[in-house]
Design a protein around this ligand. Structure first.
Ligand SMILES: *Cc1c(COP(=O)(O)O)cnc(C)c1O
Length: 377
């Protein structure tokens, strides 16, 4: 029996052509021909005001923390059920993270209980669209407007996903996307900062270019480039952008197949969910599904461990996901002690199933049959 891995990167076939072309253009540092093509693609397709490719989503989040001018002691509200980069970016600037729980319906931040976490020191709320499924953006935008807070979207998993027909990544003052090998559209490592608030555009270009006004210089807006602010090297080589552009050209094709895979999982596992054995992802009426991931939520940690082992015995690699950040080695002493039971529940009980473009219908039947047999044995 062949092994079914959890993830397998998909190559469209054009990546090496475009990388070769970039090499022949003799311009492989940042913001070359292919970086510009990617920028134009995103600004046209998703109507983002301004986008800048970065070396990772982690870096895009670090840029966001610098742009918000986060200072030691500032508080940032973020879900505890997320990837470390969501909050590390703000920790690096000295922020205190006030962790919020997930909701009962999904691993996304529980917006009903956010307001009580806001204090005089709160600067920003970070929304993570888990599995690419939108958070309640109307509520988050309203809360941030009322309390004069910045809203940042960690949209690492949320490419081509929408909230009431508006693309995710266009709600926050800033948003960060990832093109890591495990996401829908990939470049190995890679990311993007989306700037929806015009006030940040000029400074974002400077921070991304080591604190210099080199971008303005290349556009002929200043006659020398100079050190004008803090910054780092956040822009990717054009080789990365060349790879990414080959993927973007196939976005719809990749997304269509991923959605088919998601629907097969959903339909084959629905009877199990209806009998109360597992919970399947919930897509609220305001959200679309970008088929980033398929997960189920078991009833207990023991049941989840047994399910993962059962699948492993059949050469199927299923994996759990985040461990609660408020209980991490690094943060447990800094956390204020509040219990975050839904976050812990997803840490213990959520399992992700193999998910990649080339997963065949036969593989999917094999996986869902194995899951059904586990629960009905
Ligand atoms: C993948 C991911 C990141 C990190 O992305 P990189 O591009 O690897 O830095 C951050 N947040 C979330 C929610 C992610 O899924």
């Amino acid at each position: 029996m062949n092994k079914i891995d959890f993830n397998k990167p998909y190559f469209t076939g054009k990546e090496t052509d475009y990388i070769r072309d970039a090499v022949l253009n003799l311009k492989i540092s940042g913001d070359g021909v292919y970086s510009k093509k990617c920028h134009v693609f995103f600004e046209n397709k998703f109507r983002f005001k301004k986008v800048l490719l970065t070396t990772s989503c982690t870096d895009a989040l670090e840029m966001a923390a610098i742009l918000l001018d986060i200072q030691p002691g500032d508080e940032v509200i973020a879900p505890s059920y997320t990837f470390v980069s969501t909050v590390n970016a703000f920790i690096l600037r000295g922020a205190k993270i006030v962790f919020a729980d997930s909701s009962d319906e999904s691993p996304n931040i529980d917006v009903k209980n956010i307001e009580k976490l806001i204090t005089e020191k709160t600067k920003a709320i970070i929304a993570v669209h888990y599995a690419g499924i939108a958070c309640d953006m109307d509520a988050l935008v309203r809360i941030c407007d009322e309390k004069n807070l910045f809203l940042i979207e960690d949209a690492a998993q949320a490419i081509d996903s929408f909230y009431n027909e508006k693309p995710l990544g266009s709600f926050g003052h800033l948003a960060a996307f990832s093109f890591h090998e495990t996401k829908n559209i990939i470049s190995g490592e890679g990311g993007m900062l989306v700037i929806n608030d015009e006030r940040f555009i000029a400074r974002a270009e400077i921070i991304r270019e080591k604190g210099t006004n080199r971008s303005a210089f290349f556009r002929g807006e200043v006659d020398k480039y100079n050190w004008v602010d803090i910054g780092s090297s956040f822009l990717p080589s054009d080789l990365i952008a060349a790879f990414l552009y080959a993927q973007l050209e196939k976005l719809d094709e990749i997304q269509n197949r991923r959605k088919e895979i998601w629907n097969i999982y959903y339909n084959n596992l629905l009877p199990l969910a209806n009998s109360g054995m597992v919970k399947l992802p919930h897509i609220p009426s305001y959200a679309t599904n970008n088929a980033h991931m398929f997960f189920l939520v078991c009833r207990t940690l023991e049941e989840r461990s047994a399910l993962i082992q059962h699948l492993k015995d059949q050469h199927i690699q299923a994996v759990f996901h985040y461990l609660s950040l408020h209980k991490s080695n690094y943060y447990q002493d800094k956390h204020d002690g509040r219990e975050l039971p839904w976050c812990d529940h997803y840490s213990d009980c959520l399992v992700r199933l193999p998910f990649y473009y080339e997963l065949s219908d036969e593989d999917l039947v094999r996986i869902t049959t194995a899951i059904n047999s586990f629960f009905t044995k």
